[in-house]
Design a protein around this ligand. Structure first.
Ligand SMILES: Nc1ncnc2c1ncn2[C@@H]1O[C@H](COP(=O)(O)OP(=O)(O)O)[C@@H](O)[C@H]1O
Ligand SMILES: [Mg+2]
Length: 322
């Protein structure tokens, strides 16, 4: 099992969008995926409709160490995609964690309880520095950080992240090691000097052992907004977004990025930096250009990895429960 946190010290760069789409894409590729919504403004929790809603959520998980699936794990309408919903509207978790001896380590200690049932856990977080964010980072083996391409944001990001990583370093003595942070430029449009920002950030973090840039960018694309509105992942939308000026590509297991490890279950089990691969290849080739289509439908049972069926297209007319 691999645990990945989507983090940023800012609101709005696209954490929930990346988490929701990446999670659903992996689920559709046969990876048993659990989303954990640790943002007390629960937008990930309502991104996809639920076919089953558990009574509890992150509040019970964190305050009572509740890990029983029937108590906290909800099922989204997307096969293989489960959710621990956020149910902490008053942000009580922060206070509790600040006063708990194991505060920042609590999530890390709970993760093994899910190893039997899931291959991938994706944690969405608040867009501000908080103990909850620190706990999410320390509970993860890899972190993904979307950033919008403007220089002011980039500078603030640099200050915030470097400080955060410095502050968490001492906890390594307790076995809580900060994960490698993969920065991905999101919402790129024609007006951005992405190149400059990309290179500035790459240079800034070049000496940092834990922070690196993903060699891909996510364009500002209508399909992400449409996906959020319709409650389905972007790769299941059947039409290319209006801003993709290229031939649309469709997620297919036999495509080279997948063959080279992006979505194979075995990568999620071994120590390969697989979530980075998932992100680099998956975000680039699927979140960016991938749309379900007749082409994907020709291969509805294409197999990935350990022979898990990859449902890479949307069954027509997916019904949303009301
Ligand atoms: N690549 C993208 N293209 C277009 N819109 C995007 C993209 N990524 C995110 N958005 C939009 O930006 C807004 C903020 O995204 P969200 O994922 O909620 O950010 P965060 O979780 O970091 O606060 C949402 O309206 C979302 O639809
Ligand atoms: Mg969010």
């Amino acid at each position: 099992m691999k645990v990945a946190a989507v983090v940023s010290t800012k609101g709005g760069p696209g954490k929930t969008t990346v988490g929701a789409n990446l999670g659903a894409f992996c689920a559709d590729a046969g990876v048993r995926t659990l989303l954990i919504d640790l943002d007390n403004q629960p937008s990930l929790s309502s991104f996809y409709n639920l076919s089953h809603e558990a009574p509890g959520g992150t509040y019970q998980l964190i305050t009572s160490n509740e890990t029983r699936p029937d108590q906290i794990i909800s099922q989204t309408i997307i096969p293989n995609l489960s959710l621990i919903k956020s149910n902490d509207p008053f942000n009580l978790l922060s206070n509790l964690l600040l006063h708990a001896a194991d505060g920042r380590l609590r999530l890390k200690n709970l993760m093994p309880a899910f190893a039997q049932d899931f291959d991938l856990i994706l944690i969405d977080t608040q867009g501000a520095r908080s103990i909850v964010l620190e706990m999410a980072l320390l509970g993860s083996q890899v972190a993904i950080s979307p950033i919008t391409p403007d220089m002011l944001t980039a500078r603030e990001f640099q200050r915030g992240m470097l400080q955060l990583y410095r502050d968490l370093e001492p906890l390594a003595a307790l076995g809580a090691v900060t994960p490698v942070l993969n920065i991905v430029i999101n919402k790129l449009d024609a007006t951005n000097d992405a190149n400059l920002i990309y290179h500035t950030l790459t240079e800034t973090f070049s000496d940092h052992p834990k922070i690196q840039m993903v060699e891909t960018t996510i364009p500002a694309a209508v399909s992400f907004r449409r996906a959020a509105t319709e409650g389905i992942p972007a790769h299941r939308l059947s039409e290319p977004s209006s801003q993709d000026g290229q031939e649309p590509r469709y997620p297919r297991c036999e495509d080279p990025p997948m063959r080279h490890g992006a979505f194979r279950n075995e990568d999620l089990h071994d120590g390969v930096n697989s979530s980075r691969l998932v992100l680099a290849n998956g975000v680039r080739d699927v979140l960016l250009h991938g749309h379900s289509s007749e082409r994907a439908a020709e291969h509805p049972t294409t197999r990935c990895g350990h022979g898990e069926p990859a449902i890479l297209h949307t069954p027509r007319g997916i019904e949303k429960p009301r």
